[in-house]
Design a protein around this ligand. Structure first.
Ligand SMILES: Nc1ncnc2c1ncn2[C@@H]1O[C@H](COP(=O)(O)OP(=O)(O)OP(=O)(O)O)[C@@H](O)[C@H]1O
Ligand SMILES: [Mg+2]
Length: 276
């Protein structure tokens, strides 16, 4: 566990810039996560996996201050995240929710431009830096051609890439992405994962929820496995991803082999034999 100092300067003082301590997360009386603590390694690419409804999105909502914990705290730079102004948090941390909702009749360029709001003051005009950030975000997600289209008229996969562009335009050190590859075809899934890996190499801190265990094992520097609101395993994929763990967490008998491309663990389900 990281050391946490109290620090009146407000600079990074925890072992990790983003951490959670003894979180209890609930929707009214339905407790989803209880007594969960985690340090998201600075500069790491953390990938969270776990069965449907185990609390992955709930945890990401708390880490991004979208959901207030019933008890415990999320720490940003060693200080409770709710002690910051919301714009200050948004300059540090960008969040892609699992099911984002776009304002009506908005174009792609305007939606991606919304990612710039934490960088703008009350009287500040749209700047050259804003323009450059939006153009770079559209380019890196392959959305340049979509700029003038209405978001409501895009395919599911196109829309997902536009949301990722909006998050990138925010230009934060920390990125929280809830299922960023949902709706994407396999080539676009890997395009997004490669983009995440590139951001990681450039020094950003990423936290993503994924369902594909093999993709998670390829890209995670820190794999977090959740079950029923708890973290049951955490570490390098090659050190923690075993057949016993997958069977325990997902109830899926499998064998683990080495991924022929990367050598990382590859989960091969023991299913599909009945059809033969
Ligand atoms: N807004 C909400 N109000 C009430 N209950 C909720 C709400 N959002 C989630 N839940 C409940 O909290 C639990 C955890 O949901 P969560 O969305 O965190 O799961 P998840 O691990 O992200 O699942 P998935 O893989 O399906 O996205 C579920 O039982 C869900 O029904
Ligand atoms: Mg979810």
């Amino acid at each position: 566990m990281a050391r946490v100092h109290s620090d009146t300067q407000g600079v990074a003082s925890a072992g990790s810039r983003l951490a959670a301590r003894n979180l209890r997360l609930a929707y009214d009386k339905r407790v989803v996560v209880d007594d969960l603590s985690i340090d998201l390694p600075d500069g790491g690419f953390t990938i969270i996996v776990g069965p449907n409804a185990c609390g992955k999105s709930t945890l990401l909502k708390a880490l991004s201050r979208t959901l207030s914990p019933q008890s415990g705290a999320v720490l940003l730079g060693g200080k409770p995240i709710d002690s910051y102004r919301s714009k200050a948090v948004a300059r540090e941390l960008a969040m892609l929710p699992q099911s984002p909702i776009a304002p009506e009749a908005i174009t792609v360029r305007d939606l991606v431009g919304r990612g710039r709001y934490p960088h703008q003051g009350l009287l500040q005009q749209w700047s050259h830096a804003d323009e450059t950030a939006v153009a770079a975000a559209l380019a890196s997600t392959g959305c340049e051609e979509l700029g003038e289209r209405f978001v409501s008229e895009l395919s599911g996969g196109q829309r997902q890439r536009v949301w990722i562009a909006m998050v990138l335009a925010q230009q934060t050190d920390l990125l929280l992405l809830d299922e960023p590859t949902t709706f994407l075809d396999i080539a676009h899934q890997f395009e997004v994962l490669e983009l995440c890996a590139q951001l990681h190499v450039e020094g950003r801190t990423l936290v993503a929820v994924l369902h594909d265990l093999n993709q998670a094992a390829r890209y995670a520097t820190n794999l977090v496995v959740m079950k029923a609101g708890q973290i049951v395993a955490q570490g390098k994929p090659g050190e923690i991803l075993t057949a016993a763990l997958v069977e325990d967490v997902f109830g899926l008998p499998c064998v683990i082999i080495a991924d022929p491309v990367t050598g990382t663990p590859m989960v091969v389900p023991q299913a599909g034999r009945a059809q033969r």
